[in-house]
Write a protein that binds this ligand. Structure first.
Ligand SMILES: Cc1ncc(COP(=O)(O)O)c(C=O)c1O
Length: 395
């Protein structure tokens, strides 16, 4: 039996996997200790759980346990990385390089730094209409770097159009110039293979609720091997997390984050192939019902260009917001949930140079672990009906 509404907004958040919940539950109950309590078994149990979680996450991501700093989520991780490195590196220079299509959780801390006197260069990406729309050519990074550049920030996978950036090449460029590279990997970890052993990035943000874990917990990878990156803490207090992030550790959340990473990385190749197939079916179905629908973002092939579970499409002559309301029983969105407090047209689609009418006519579909063929068929039907109805109404 098809359960309604059908959830196709997995970039906004994901449901907690029952296996994650099960792993977390004891830490809300009898194992309630503070990981910082060193004088009794309650504390030791919590400390051991955090250490095991850190070990699991590090192993799965090709990091060392000391390179994982727990935070309250990717927004905090981005703030710690960008403000932390910029404040520390101020003597080196006050120039920062990033991209116009970043999430607000990167763009807003950069705006904060700009107000504090940093100069921020936001790079352009391949425009709409190109096969690889949304992609950042590493050459642009090379050309933007200056002697006084103190950090570069490029997201690994985009939350609206799913474009995957060439972080290996960008990292190489940054390494050659000795500039630290941060990546917002929130939409990438658990969705595509990520190995900090080989990927030349220095800082990477991630969040549990995007990988079937709980909300309010995440992490920052901080490279310690080789050229070690230095950060100024943004929260002072008890000195937890090697002094980089004070505050009592969220033990159940951290246990859930580790379980989420474990399950997602176990299932990665099969889940990527399954989602790719479902996404292609959805797009074929949409085009069948709405032949003039426009795909936003990069092509589906080669598969490395785009997240398997992402589809973003414009439906000419309809308003995306009206369409979303019209598609009852379908949970989708027009873009980032994190900016929907103020419904402005997507800055990501605008950065691609997409016509404003098309930006407003766009809908994001995020497929995930719970998505199946029956849901996709239902979605195809609802999209076709709703677009038809709205177009008939407008005349
Ligand atoms: C790319 C990206 N970065 C950062 C965030 C913010 O993550 P959190 O909700 O953990 O603060 C999100 C969430 O939408 C995201 O998609």
């Amino acid at each position: 039996m098809l359960q309604l509404p059908v959830y196709l907004d997995h970039h906004a958040t994901t449901p907690v996997d029952p296996r994650v919940l099960e792993a977390m539950l004891p830490y809300f109950g009898e194992r309630f200790g503070n990981a910082g309590s060193s004088t009794h078994s309650f504390g030791w149990e919590a400390r051991d759980a955090v250490a095991a979680a850190r070990e699991t996450i590090a192993r799965r991501l090709g990091a060392a346990p000391t390179e994982i700093v727990f935070t309250s989520g990717a927004t905090e991780s981005n703030n710690l990385a960008l403000r932390g490195v910029a404040e520390h590196a101020r003597r080196r220079g006050n120039h920062i390089v990033s991209v116009r299509t970043e999430h607000k959780a990167v763009l807003d801390p950069l705006e904060h730094l700009r107000r504090k006197g940093f100069e921020v260069t936001l790079l352009e990406v391949e425009p709409a209409g190109c096969p690889r729309a949304g992609w950042l050519d590493p050459q642009r990074v090379a050309e933007a770097l200056r002697g006084e550049t103190c950090v570069v920030s490029v997201m690994l996978a985009n939350n609206e159009i799913g474009v995957v950036q060439s972080l290996a090449e960008i990292g190489q460029v940054c390494r050659e110039r000795g500039v630290p590279l941060h990546t917002d990997a929130t939409q990438a970890i658990g969705k595509i293979p990520v190995d900090f052993g080989s990927l030349p990035v220095d800082l990477a943000s991630f969040s549990a609720h995007k990988l079937y874990g709980p909300k309010g917990v995440g992490g920052l990878f901080v490279r310690r091997r080789g050229a070690r990156v230095r950060l100024e803490p943004q929260i002072d207090g008890g000195g937890q997390e090697q002094g980089l992030r004070s505050g009592t550790l969220n033990v159940p959340g951290i246990v859930g984050l580790a379980k989420g990473v474990e399950i997602a990385t176990d299932d990665l190749p099969t889940e990527m192939a399954r989602l790719r197939e479902l996404r292609e079916r959805l797009w074929r179905g949409i085009c069948g019902g709405v032949p003039d629908a426009v795909l936003n973002g990069p092509r589906f092939d080669p598969p490395e260009w785009r997240l398997a579970g992402n589809l973003n499409a414009a439906f000419p002559l309809v308003q995306g917001e009206a369409l979303i309301l019209e598609m009852k029983d379908l949970a989708v969105s027009s873009g980032s949930a994190c900016t929907s407090a103020m419904p402005t047209p997507s800055h990501v689609l605008s950065a691609l140079g997409l016509d404003e009418d098309l930006v407003r006519a766009s809908v994001r579909f995020g497929l995930g672990r719970g998505t199946d063929e029956e849901q996709i068929e239902f979605a195809i039907e609802r999209i076709g009906e709703a677009v038809g109805r709205l177009r008939a109404l407008s005349g």
